[in-house]
Design a protein around this ligand. Structure first.
Ligand code: BES
Ligand code: ZN
Ligand code: ZN
Length: 456
C-alpha cells in the first residue's frame, strides 16, 4: 500500500483538526456558538470523542478530537480512521510517532481484494513531510511483505523484493542459491532443501568504504510448517509471518538508504521454506555449520536459529562495527514479553542501554532478556557440539539467543531481536496483521550512532 497518499506538503484547502485533552477542555476559549454545539453533543474531550463544526453553508470547517489524558497518539490514530475523507492539518506540535500513526492507522492490506477506502490526508510542513513519508513507506513495506501469503512470498519473493530495493538505491545484490549453498551454508541448505522453491542467502551491499559497517540479518523463513516435527494447525496458521525478521531488515535498509545515512550496509537474509518432503532434514541429523560447529537436530521446528547461524557467521567475516539480527525466533519470547514487545539480547551493555533509551523515547517497545550462559547446558548433545533446541520448555527465548551467540564473533557488538512481527487484533494504529517492530527504535539509535562513529 502506498503510504504517501496519506500526507501532503501543501496546506491549501485543508480543514483543521484540533486535539484537546479532558483537562484543558473546560477552560478552552471558543465562541458561544461552538460551545453550544459541543455541549449539545456531550463532548468532554474523552479519548476518541469528536465534534464536527460546519460553516453556515454546510461545509466541514474543523474537527475537535478528544485526547483524553493527553493521549495524542491514540487520538491521532482514532481520528485518522473516523473522520470523513479529505485533507486536514493541525496547528499543534506532535511527536513523530503521532504523525506516523496517522497513516499507520489507515493501512490496509488490500492486494487481494478490491478496495475503495476513504483517504484522509494530513498536510505537513516540508521537513516533516520528507521525514514522515520516508518512515511510513518503510513501515508500510514491512507490513506488506509480512502480509503477503507464502504462495507469493517464498524465497523467490524475498529475492524479488530485495532486487527491487537494490535497484532503487543502487545497491549490490548477491544471491547464493540451491546446491551452491551446500558447501558453505550447510544449515540454510539443510533447512530449505525440502521445499519446492530453492533456499537462498540474499546479500545486499550498499554505501561507502569509509563509513562504519553495519550488518543486518533477518530470518527469512517464508513458511514454517515445523518440518518433520510438524506444527499443529493453530501453530502453523500464522507462519507466513516467519519471514518477519527479513521484512524488518528490508524495511530498515530502505529507510537507511533513502536517508543516505553514512553507513556501509550489509544485509543478509537466509530465505527458506521449512517444508516436509522425502529429502527433509530430520530429528537426530547432525549439521556441520559454516563455522565448523556441529549441531544435532533435536527438533526441526527450531529451524530459524540454524539458518540465522550460517548468516551470522558470514556477517561476522566482514567484521562489522555493529551487528543486528531480527527474527521471529521463538514462541517463548511472546510468552515472556507478550506479542507487542520485542525481546532484545545483546553482548554489549552500553549498546543495549542506548537502544532501550531510544526505544522508550519513540515508544517502540523492546525489553532486554539475559544471555544467561548456564542455560547453554540445556543444549548439550551426546554426539555433537550442541543441539538446536532443548527438551525443556523453560527459557526458550534465552536458549535460542545463546545458540545464536555461538555463531557471533565475540568482540563484535551484537543485538538480537526475537519478535512477533504481527498484531494479533485491531487496535488504533495497529491493524491486525504484519507489523514493523523495533525498527523505529533502531533507526533512532542509528542516527545517533552515525553522529558518534563518524561525526556526521
Ligand atoms: N517460527 C517459530 C517461532 C514462533 C512461533 C514465533 C510462534 C512467533 C510465533 C520457530 O521456528 C519455532 O517453531 N520455534 C519453536 C522452537 C522449539 C521447537 C524449540 C518454538 O518456539 O516452539
Ligand atoms: Zn519453527
Ligand atoms: Zn520459524
Amino acid at each position: 500500500m502506498d503510504a504517501k497518499k496519506f500526507y501532503q506538503s501543501q496546506r491549501e484547502g485543508a480543514r483543521s483538526l484540533r486535539f484537546i485533552s479532558t483537562q484543558a477542555w473546560p477552560n478552552w476559549p471558543m465562541n458561544e456558538q461552538e460551545k453550544a454545539v459541543t455541549q449539545a453533543q456531550g463532548f468532554e474531550a474523552r479519548l476518541g470523542e469528536m465534534v464536527f463544526i460546519y460553516s453556515a453553508q454546510g461545509q466541514l470547517e474543523h474537527v475537535w478530537v478528544g485526547a483524553g489524558g493527553e493521549d495524542y497518539d491514540q487520538a491521532m490514530a482514532t481520528a485518522a480512521t473516523k473522520i470523513p475523507a479529505g485533507i486536514y492539518h493541525c496547528d499543534q506540535t506532535f511527536s513523530e510517532k503521532a504523525l506516523l500513526l496517522w497513516s499507520l492507522a489507515q493501512y490496509r492490506f488490500d492486494a487481494y481484494r478490491k478496495s475503495n477506502l476513504p483517504v484522509r490526508c494530513l498536510a505537513l510542513d516540508q521537513a516533516q513531510y520528507t521525514r514522515i513519508t520516508l518512515a511510513a513507506e518503510a513501515l508500510f513495506w514491512v507490513r506488506d511483505l509480512i502480509n503477503t501469503p507464502a504462495q507469493d512470498m517464498g524465497p523467490q519473493g524475498l529475492v524479488h523484493a530485495s532486487r527491487r530495493l537494490a535497484k532503487e538505491f543502487g545497491a549490490q545484490l548477491e544471491i547464493t542459491e540451491g546446491d551452491a549453498l551446500e558447501q558453505h551454508y550447510p544449515a540454510i541448505h539443510a533447512v530449505g532443501r525440502a521445499a519446492a522453491q530453492a533456499p537462498c542467502l540474499i546479500e545486499l551491499h550498499w554505501g561507502h568504504a569509509q563509513h562504519p559497517r553495519l550488518a543486518l540479518v533477518g530470518k527469512g523463513v517464508c513458511f514454517d510448517s515445523g518440518g518433520l516435527d510438524l506444527k499443529n494447525a493453530s501453530g502453523m496458521r500464522l507462519m507466513k509471518k516467519d519471514m518477519g525478521g527479513a521484512a524488518q531488515v528490508l524495511g530498515l535498509a530502505r529507510w537507511i538508504m533513502a536517508q543516505n545515512l553514512p553507513i556501509r550496509l550489509h544485509v543478509l537474509i537466509p530465505a527458506v521454506e521449512n517444508a516436509v518432503s522425502g529429502n527433509a532434514y530430520r530429528p537426530g541429523d547432525v549439521l556441520r555449520m559454516r563455522n565448523q560447529l556441529t549441531v544435532e537436530i533435536e527438533n526441526t521446528d527450531a529451524e530459524g536459529r540454524l539458518v540465522m547461524a550460517d548468516a551470522l557467521v558470514k556477517a561476522c567475516e566482514s567484521k562489522p562495527q555493529l551487528l543486528m539480527d531480527f527474527s521471529t525466533l521463538t514462541g517463548a519470547a511472546r510468552i515472556a514479553v507478550g506479542s507487542e514487545i520485542s525481546a532484545m539480547f545483546s553482548n554489549d551493555d552500553d549498546l543495549a542501554q542506548a537502544l532501550q533509551r531510544h526505544a522508550d523515547a519513540v515508544l517502540d517497545p523492546i525489553w532486554r532478556l539475559p544471555l544467561y550462559a548456564p542455560y547453554l547446558s540445556m543444549l548439550d548433545s551426546s554426539i555433537a557440539d550442541m543441539m538446536n533446541a532443548s527438551g525443556s520448555s523453560y527459557g526458550g527465548a534465552i536458549t535460542a539467543a545463546l545458540f545464536l551467540e555461538k555463531f557471533v564473533t565475540e568482540d563484535i557488538p551484537w543485538v538480537h531481536f526475537d519478535m512477533m512481527a504481527w498484531n494479533m487484533s485491531n487496535k488504533p494504529g495497529r491493524p491486525e496483521g504484519g507489523e514493523a517492530m523495533a525498527i523505529r527504535a533502531v533507526e533512532q539509535y542509528l542516527q545517533a550512532w552515525c553522529q558518534r562513529v563518524c561525526g556526521k
